[in-house]
Design a protein around this ligand. Structure first.
Ligand SMILES: Cc1ncc(C[n+]2csc(CCOP(=O)(O)OP(=O)(O)O)c2C)c(N)n1
Length: 635
């Protein structure tokens, strides 16, 4: 029997207006087609698959019911917005997802008028929507505003601040709470348990009914107890009325709704569309919906590198399996150190696997804390633990640590508490782009008193620096890059490094210039020096190790060469190179020519780490070119 090929609905869909006349059956088929292209594309490009698979019906229903882009649709984090991208004019470019020059993995205003607010970090949608609502009011306009936020992101402090404000202002605004009970791993916290109770509300009702039947059956006292139990039930009502917390905060609560039933979703959204005041629609979805492997393991498919669609397994991309990632060396070292030192506790903000702390969690469940997507809370919580004699290691990606700046200053550094800020993904992260690059931490941390700021040149030095961090009895920031290490042999014995001491890693006689590199830039600097040596240019290479305190002795000695190039994977303003310049100024070494390599005053876009290092001239070629230029210019 010949197979009759179904007509593609997606081929006729480019913008939301193309879906508004479709039948319910056609919308269901469209959802399937969208999932197919998502899986196909992410299998090649990598990306946030599970979250985006979970929101396909919700996205279609929202664009079907609301008059986007006139009505403003705002995504939280934005990692779940692939279906949104596909039906808002970017279907034909979807294949370029997260590639250099291609479309971003997150909503971006410069990409489309349908992207209302740039995003990548969590918890921003409600506040942004509230701001837009005020602007609408001042300008006398009348569009609708919808913010979509996940249950994990709802645990962010800013989301609570936004709820608090919005419930009070009484402006028309719809919040869609996309509840899949997952953050990257299963969600944590009291709000998450509360949402879970709402979802199991029917079970509660059933249990209550069973208790009533039981009480009635007790001869004599049964009726009286039933009366008493009703009074108790009244006082406990808030626990059983779905969404009572949101109602109390000033929202009309609607839900919980089944988030993959498109017909149902459309009807409910049409009903809430014209409600007055703030509304919270609680939609229950399944993370990874429609792709077996993602449904079975949504955590792994949250952010996934390229994979084989048939097996769900990653494709290696030709990377050497020999070098472990910085993350895994960090994870192993924390465990080893914690075995010897009972004061060590570890904290993550919803990223136990991403930070490598899952090993620690398995071995020391009582010394491990996942605080949810709450970086500010995580850092001050660590400070609290530190006041009681513990040594907390707070593992948070550099980009998300930005959230906790005041907590670092006010709660950690001011009190000189021994909190270790372990910042993974320092430098370029690659395809996630400007919202996720960790390019500011050297600059924003080195200005804070009492903190030691360091970065290892390789995974072996990372081990030693971690030991240094947990033993130095002061606030420490330790940043290391995303991805595999350089393949350095890992010393068995881990030892603390003297604070503020750098090292010379290449020192040919007759060196005419010194490259002072930090962190991931040391090896490219070394390779550049070797390249130049063959060309007859001798260059000393210094691994600075510390951004603060600087190794003044080593650097001032290097300044005698009169030519210095600093290299860092950080924004230049206020960064490592600036610190070196300040040192030379203070020491009166004003005759030294210094060139700083790093990221200029702009946001680096998405591309691979390799491409970005090339673009910004901090790879081997770029460093060698800078040296040649400096030597050639006769300076
Ligand atoms: C401030 C901040 N911290 C951490 C992250 C990393 N992160 C991205 S998505 C995510 C989980 C989001 O969970 P949820 O909002 O429930 O969305 P879901 O993926 O489950 O749909 C995390 C921890 C982030 N983007 N922003």
């Amino acid at each position: 029997m010949s197979e009759i090929k179904k007509k593609s609905i997606l081929s006729g869909v480019n913008f939301p207006e193309d879906i508004r006349h479709l039948s319910r059956m056609e919308l269901i088929d469209l959802a399937d087609e969208i999932r197919e292209i998502m899986i196909e594309t992410v299998s090649k490009r990598g990306g946030h698959l599970a979250s985006s698979l979970g929101t396909v019906e919700l996205t279609l229903a929202l664009h079907y019911v609301f008059d986007t882009p006139r009505d403003r649709l705002i995504w939280d984090v934005g990692h779940q917005a692939y279906a949104h991208k596909i039906i808002t004019g970017r279907k034909d470019r979807f294949d370029t997802l997260r590639q250099k020059g291609g479309i971003s993995g997150f909503p971006k205003r410069e990409e489309s008028p349908y992207d209302v607010f740039d995003v990548g970090h969590s918890g921003t949608s409600i506040s942004a929507a509230a701001g837009i609502a005020e602007a609408r009011c001042i300008k006398g306009e009348d569009f609708r505003i919808i913010a979509v936020i996940g249950d994990g992101s709802m645990s962010a402090g800013m989301a609570f601040e936004g709820l608090n404000w919005t419930g009070d202002r009484k402006k028309n605004l719809i919040i869609i709470l996309n509840d899949n009970e997952m953050c990257i791993s299963p969600n944590v916290g009291a709000l998450s348990s509360y949402l879970n109770r709402i979802m199991t509300g029917q079970t509660v009702t059933r249990i209550k009914n069973e208790v009533k039947i039981f009480l009635k059956s007790i001869p004599g006292i049964g009726q009286q107890m039933l009366k008493f139990s009703r009074q108790v039930e009244e006082s406990l009502k808030t626990f059983f009325v779905p969404g009572a917390i949101f109602e109390e905060l000033g929202f009309t609560y609607v839900g919980p709704l089944e988030g993959h039933h498109i017909d149902h979703l459309i009807k409910m959204l049409e009903n809430v569309r014209n409600l007055e005041g703030p509304v919270l629609v609680h939609v229950v979805t399944q993370k990874g919906k429609g792709y077996k492997y993602a449904e079975d393991d949504p955590s792994r498919f949250h952010g996934i590198p390229p994979f084989d669609i048939e097996t769900g397994e990653p494709v290696s991309g030709g990377r050497s399996p020999a070098s472990p990632s910085y993350t895994s060396v960090f994870g192993r070292t924390v465990v080893a150190l914690a075995r010897e030192d009972k004061r060590i506790v570890a904290i993550t903000a919803a990223m136990s696997e991403g930070t490598g702390l899952d090993r620690f969690a398995a071995e020391f469940p009582n010394r491990f804390y996942d605080v949810g997507m709450a970086e500010q809370h995580g850092v001050t919580f660590a400070a609290g633990l530190a006041t009681q004699g513990f040594v907390p290691i707070v593992a948070i990606y550099s980009t998300f640590m930005q959230r906790a700046y005041d907590q670092i200053i006010h709660d950690v550094c001011l009190q000189k508490l021994p909190v270790v800020l372990a910042m993974d993904r320092g430098g370029f992260v690659g395809a996630d782009g400007p919202t996720h690059h960790g390019l500011f931490d050297f600059a924003f941390l080195r200005t804070v008193p009492n903190i030691v700021v360091m970065a290892p040149k390789d995974e072996n030095e990372l081990q030693h620096m971690l030991k240094t961090a947990v033993t130095c009895d002061c606030p420490v920031s330790l940043r290391y890059p995303r991805g595999k290490g350089v393949g350095a042999a890992l010393d068995e014995k881990v030892q603390a490094i003297p604070i503020g001491k750098g090292e010379i890693v290449f020192d040919p006689p007759e060196a005419a210039l010194a490259i002072v590199a930090i962190g991931a830039c040391v090896y490219p600097a070394l390779a550049a020096a070797e390249l130049l040596q063959a060309e007859g240019i001798s260059v000393r290479v210094i691994n600075a190790r510390f951004v603060k305190p600087l190794d003044a002795e080593l650097l001032c000695a290097a300044a005698k060469l009169n030519r210095i190039i600093t290299v860092e994977e950080n924004n230049l303003i206020g960064g490592f190179g600036s610190a070196v310049l300040e040192l030379f100024m203070e020491k009166g070494l004003i005759g030294v020519t210094v060139r700083r390599l790093g990221i200029p005053d702009e946001f680096a876009q998405h591309a691979t780490q390799k491409e970005l290092r090339r673009i910004y001239g901090i790879d081997t070629e770029g460093i060698a070119a800078a040296v040649r230029e400096m030597m050639g210019s006769g300076l």
